[in-house]
Design a protein around this ligand. Structure first.
Ligand code: BYC
Length: 344
């Protein structure tokens, strides 16, 4: 017993010091909190080294990592069409688009890293199926027209949602969004152009375009999230200037934008309740299938299992590349160290 005493004494904290440390920490938190409140009230930016409440950090990690995962899983429906695109030009455009989505994922994983979440941690969450990603990517892209519908509707919804995120209060997220949105505009135009070509082609091609729009319209509107009354995170995220508009406001903005675009395409949006409401100054639209949405988010959509299995296989198959790259980086670092020692 007595042999343990010096060790116990060595770790026993000094009560006065503990009180002092606690007081300093409480002071720092109070100053940090006041400054955080001020930045939010002035609509300025929080940067990685600034003090921020734990819940603010958590909600950002949640949204930014889900967004990153959506970009990465979102490569699959279109990636599947690269080898089957109808011309060399269409293949190269599609390939560039899919590469852009990979880039978006990487900017966003980097933004999550600045919040103290390592890439390994976020990758692991997706790999193990714990992480959410956008419901839309659990639907199949069955025809070439679906690639057009993904570009026009899915990227269109993404831009509507993401332009306000360029002003998100967290600096690295907002700045990543600026670049992402520029690229998304090009993506939407390429989807529009595919659908326009098909809808002005043969009757069968026009039908193929209509069928794609019929299948993607509802799921694209659901990308904005559940109705406001069932959105647990919106209010707080808006109070923190992360989200700037509610799910329903952005969904309405999107509907108002695509109605005239569908007319210009010569295609019909599959909603009999869609009509202009003079009083509201917006289009009314019908109830979406929220049971289906929640079931897809829970993991029971048409392709949830396939999307995750494909991601896991790609990650497993790429393990040797990551190992080789790490070994090469270690070798380079050691060589540089040796060279520095020799020249010292
Ligand atoms: N799918 O309280 P709420 C792209 C979850 S990729 C699945 O309203 P919040 C592209 C939500 O996470 C574009 N889950 O949440 C890529 C929450 O669950 P937790 C992806 C959804 O965060 C490749 C719960 O439901 N865009 O453009 O305030 C090719 C309650 O919802 C969905 C982004 O990620 C959904 N649709 O609002 C082509 C944008 N909706 O976390 C294109 C950034 C909701 O509490 N994210 N949930 O367990 C956001 O703006 C917001 O996170 C959301 C949801 C509007 C999506």
């Amino acid at each position: 017993m007595s042999a343990q005493k010096p060790h116990l004494q060595a770790v026993e904290p000094d009560a006065a010091q503990v009180t002092e440390d606690a007081r300093v920490a409480a002071d720092q938190a109070r100053v940090g909190w006041e400054r955080f409140q001020e930045i939010i009230a002035d609509d300025k930016r929080i940067e990685p080294r600034d003090w921020m409440p734990d819940d603010y950090r958590k909600t950002l990690v949640r949204q930014v990592s889900q967004h990153a995962h959506s970009e990465i899983i979102g490569m699959q429906p279109e990636g599947n069409w690269i080898s089957r695109a109808p011309s060399l030009k269409r293949k190269s455009v599609l390939m560039a688009k899919v590469q852009d989505e990979a880039g978006h994922g990487l900017y966003l994983y980097s933004a999550a890293e600045t919040l103290g979440t390592s890439r390994d941690e976020t990758y692991e969450q997706l790999y193990t199926g714990k992480a959410k990603y956008s419901s839309i990517f659990n639907y199949p892209a069955r025809t070439w027209a679906d690639v057009g519908a993904v570009g026009w509707l899915v990227d269109g919804a993404a831009i509507t949602n993401q332009v306000p995120l360029c002003r998100a209060s967290y600096g690295p997220y907002g700045r990543a969004m600026v670049r992402v949105c520029k690229e998304e505009s090009f993506h939407q135009r390429q989807g529009w152009e595919i659908l326009y070509t098909l809808s002005h082609g043969t009757q069968a091609q026009k039908q193929m375009a209509q069928d794609a729009v019929d299948r993607f319209y509802g799921p694209a509107l659901q990308m904005f999230g559940p109705p406001d009354a069932e959105s647990p995170n919106s209010q707080q995220s808006m109070a923190w200037n992360i989200k700037r508009f509610s799910n329903d406001v952005l969904r309405q903005r999107f509907v108002d934008m695509i109605v005239p675009q569908a007319e210009a395409l010569g295609l019909t949006l599959p909603d009999p309740d869609l009509k202009w409401n003079e009083e509201r100054g917006h289009y009314d639209y019908g109830e979406l299938d929220w049971d289906e949405f929640f079931s897809v988010v829970k993991g029971d959509g048409p392709l949830n299992h396939q999307r995750l299995a494909h991601y896991r296989a790609a990650r497993d198959n790429g393990a040797w590349v990551r190992e080789a790259a790490a070994a090469y980086a270690d070798k380079q670092a050691a060589a540089q160290q040796d060279a520095a020692l020799l020249s010292a």
